[in-house]
Design a protein around this ligand. Structure first.
Ligand SMILES: [Zn+2]
Length: 379
């Protein structure tokens, strides 16, 4: 049932047991750091709950539910910044209705920390005393921001980063990325399968990681090769990020265009079409912003990984490097004293904090590069 989500043995065992002996709670909150496949997991549980096969994963009914086309499995995603009352109200109103096709009705609510208080209040009574056939699967990357009134009514299921060995197996089996590169990408993913998937997609495609690392190596003191001397490595690094952001913009735009064509074909009335168009456009914008932020964070994490590796090698502990597929270059580059790399790492840590706080991503990176220059000048 959970083949698509690597690792997470404890949550899997918990739900398998509850499904088998019928001891399911009415409200779960799947919580843990981002990138662990929690939403995919919640959807799979939802499929198992509404499909008459119990979630074989192979039949037409499972397939329909996975596509989001099963009337008893609903996924409530925020449309703007937050999940608003207007999104919740109609669903609460129809909660008491019998399931359409299944024996149960399931709601999956990603980013439940984004529930507006009035929307949460509307939901609370249903979460507290739900009709027997209703199940809620709430998901959050930020448990500390979920309203306590929601948390206290849920069984909290904790997701943890998975091991490097599990990530490595996932990269091999799903993407065919193996060897030293597979090991390096597993270490760089720090237990997040979604980050691992992004690195693997890059490794099999644009290979931006290699470009980023080349510029970071120069930022950390590697001399320029011919032809590179005139351009600043910081500017070149940001140009790689720009390329990635442009690609993300194109991809989300294409997906939106396809969705708009579907809407024209499906909805009969112009009023319905307008409503669907508005939702599709909001979704596309949210998706683009989310992926842009991830791309910036991934780029920054590569900077941090390289500096950390240089520091590790300079300290004489080569075995612990993350970018183990670049071990020779790291050994050749790490000629400065460990303190130099430690100071660069401090500058990068500030940028990382800013990025996680959603400060303008490019400004945060530019400020970091400026601090790098100061460190280099005073070295
Ligand atoms: Zn099935």
């Amino acid at each position: 049932m959970f083949e698509t989500v690597p690792g997470q043995q404890r949550p899997k065992a918990l739900f398998e047991r509850a499904l088998a002996d019928g001891s399911l709670s009415h409200a779960y909150l799947l919580a843990g750091p981002e990138g662990l496949g929690k939403v995919a997991f919640a959807r799979e549980v939802g499929v198992a709950l509404v499909a008459s096969c119990g979630g074989c994963g192979a039949c037409a009914e499972c397939e329909r539910a996975r596509r989001g086309a099963h009337p008893d499995l609903r996924v409530i995603e925020r449309e703007g910044e937050r999940i608003r009352l207007e999104q919740v109200e109609p669903l609460v109103a129809e909660l008491a209705l019998k399931p359409f096709a299944a024996e149960r009705r399931v709601w999956v609510v990603p980013e439940v920390e984004q529930l507006m208080p009035e929307a949460a209040n509307k939901l609370l009574k249903s979460v507290e005393e739900p009709p027997a056939h209703v199940h809620f699967l709430f998901v959050s990357d930020r448990l500390e921001r979920v309203l306590p009134t929601i948390v206290s009514r849920c069984q909290v299921v904790e997701f943890r980063p998975i091991s490097d060995v599990e990530v490595e197996a996932y990269l091999r089996d799903t993407f065919g990325v193996t060897g030293e590169e597979g090991r390096a990408l597993a270490r760089l993913s720090r237990g997040s399968v979604e980050r691992a998937a992004r690195f693997a997609t890059d490794a099999r495609g644009a290979r931006l990681r290699e470009e980023y690392l080349k510029h970071v190596a120069r930022l950390a003191g590697r001399p320029a090769e011919g032809g590179e001397t005139k351009s600043s490595p910081a500017r070149m690094f940001l140009a790689v990020l720009d390329k990635r952001l442009a690609a993300i913009g194109d991809e989300t735009q294409e997906a939106l265009a396809e969705r708009l064509v579907e809407i024209e074909a499906q909805a009969a009335e112009e009023r319905d079409r307008a409503w669907h168009r508005k939702r599709a456009e909001a979704f596309a914008k949210r998706e683009r912003d989310r992926r842009a932020r991830q791309a910036s964070v991934d780029a920054l994490e590569l900077v941090v990984s390289w500096l950390r590796d240089l520091w590790t090698v300079a300290c004489g502990a080569d075995g612990a490097i993350l970018n183990c597929d670049h071990a020779d270059e790291l050994a050749a580059d790490a000629v400065a004293r460990p303190e130099f790399y430690a100071r660069l790492l401090t500058a990068a840590a500030t940028a990382r904090k800013d990025l996680y706080l959603n400060v303008d991503q490019k400004l945060a990176l530019q400020a970091m590069f400026a601090r790098f220059e100061e460190v280099a000048r005073s070295a």
